[in-house]
Design a protein around this ligand. Structure first.
Ligand code: C2E
Ligand code: CA
Ligand code: CA
Ligand code: CA
Length: 278
C-alpha cells in the first residue's frame, strides 16, 4: 500500500511537471509568435434568422508554432492572460481584422466583425482607447467592429469593467456577452451591463435536438433576453434541427458548424459570395 501510494505520488509529480513545462514552453514561444506576428485569423459566419442574411463574422485566432505545432486558443489565451502577453495578442487581432475588413466589406453587404476581448483588455485604459479608435476610425464602408466579452471578465472588478464598457458603448460600438450561462454574473448585473447581445454558450446548444434540459435552458435564456430587450446569438449550432428549434423560439441569430466552420479570410470571402448567390 505504501509503495503504491508512493508510486502514485511519483506519477502525479511527474504529470504536474510536464504540465508546468508545457506552460513555460507555450509562454516562451508565444513571445516569439508575437514578435513575428505568427498568428492567423479565422472567420466564422453569423446568420440572422430574421433576414436570412450573413450579418457578421467572429474572428478566431489560430497559432501554428514551428516547434510546438498547432496550439489552440483555449490553451494559449489563458496563458497569455497570466503572463501579461494578452494585450499584444489583442493588438495583433484588432490590427489584422482592420486589414481583412476591406476585403470582407467589398462583397456588397454590411458586415460586422466580432473580436473576443479578455478581462484584462477591458480594465486597461490604454487598450480601451485603442479599441475605441480601432472601431470608429477609418473603417471601410459596410464594415464595423464589435467586441465580445465573457461573464467571468466582469468578476475581477465589476464596477470598473462596467464603466469601461459604457465608454465603448457610448462610442457606438456593439458589445456582446459571450458564453452566456456558464459564468457567474447575476441577473441584476446583466441588467446593468451595456451589452446589446447575448451569445448562448455552445454547451447548451450542441445537443439541443436531443437534450430536454438544454431545450428548457435555451428557451429560458431567450425569454430572459426578450425581457431585457437583448438580441441573442446561439453558438455551436451543429444541425438543422437545432437551427429550426431556435428559429421557432425567436432566437435572432446563429453561428455554428451547421452553417460554417471558422475559415481563413480568403475562404470566408468565397463562402460569403457562394452563400449569397444561393
Ligand atoms: P468562443 O469565443 O466561445 O468561440 C467559439 C468557439 O467554438 C471557437 O473555438 C469555435 O471554433 C468553436 N465553434 C464554433 N462553432 C462550433 C460548433 O458548431 N460546434 C463546436 N463544438 N464548436 C464550435 P476556438 O476557435 O477554438 O476558440 C476557443 C476560445 O478561445 C474562444 O471561445 C475564445 O474564448 C478564445 N479565443 C479565440 N480567439 C480569440 C482571440 O482572438 N482573443 C481572445 N481573447 N480569445 C480568443
Ligand atoms: Ca466569442
Ligand atoms: Ca462563446
Ligand atoms: Ca468560450
Amino acid at each position: 500500500e505504501a509503495v503504491r501510494a508512493g508510486q502514485k505520488f511519483y506519477y502525479y509529480q511527474d504529470g504536474a511537471d510536464d504540465a508546468h513545462l508545457r506552460k513555460l514552453q507555450i509562454t516562451a514561444r508565444l513571445q516569439h509568435a508575437i514578435e513575428h506576428g505568427n498568428f492567423e485569423l479565422f472567420y466564422q459566419p453569423q446568420l440572422s434568422l430574421l433576414t436570412g442574411e450573413i450579418e457578421g463574422m467572429e474572428a478566431l485566432i489560430r497559432w501554428k508554432d514551428e516547434t510546438l505545432g498547432s496550439v489552440f486558443p483555449d490553451e494559449f489565451i489563458p496563458l497569455a492572460e497570466e503572463s501579461g502577453l494578452i494585450s499584444d495578442v489583442t493588438r495583433w487581432v484588432v490590427g489584422r481584422v482592420r486589414e481583412d475588413c476591406m476585403a470582407l466589406a467589398s462583397t456588397g453587404k454590411p458586415i460586422e466583425i466580432s473580436i473576443n476581448l479578455s478581462a484584462k483588455d477591458i480594465l486597461d485604459t490604454e487598450m480601451l482607447a485603442m479599441l475605441t479608435e480601432a472601431a470608429v476610425k477609418d473603417l471601410p464602408a459596410g464594415c464595423s467592429l464589435a467586441y465580445e466579452i465573457t461573464e467571468t471578465a466582469l468578476v475581477a472588478d465589476a464596477h470598473a469593467a462596467r464603466e469601461n464598457l459604457l465608454l465603448l458603448k457610448n462610442a457606438g460600438i456593439h458589445l456582446s456577452m459571450d458564453d452566456f450561462g456558464t459564468g457567474f454574473s447575476s441577473l441584476s448585473q446583466l441588467k446593468m451591463l451595456p451589452v446589446s447581445k447575448l451569445k448562448i454558450d455552445k454547451s447548451f446548444v450542441m445537443k439541443l435536438a436531443s437534450d430536454c434540459d438544454d431545450q428548457n435552458i435555451v428557451e429560458a435564456i431567450l425569454g430572459l433576453a426578450k425581457a431585457l430587450k437583448l438580441s441573442v446569438v446561439a453558438e455551436g449550432v451543429e444541425d438543422a434541427t437545432a437551427m429550426s428549434m431556435l428559429d421557432n423560439w425567436g432566437c435572432q441569430s446563429i453561428q455554428g458548424y451547421h452553417l460554417a466552420r471558422p475559415m481563413p479570410v480568403t475562404e470566408a470571402l468565397v463562402w460569403l459570395e457562394n452563400y449569397r448567390q444561393k
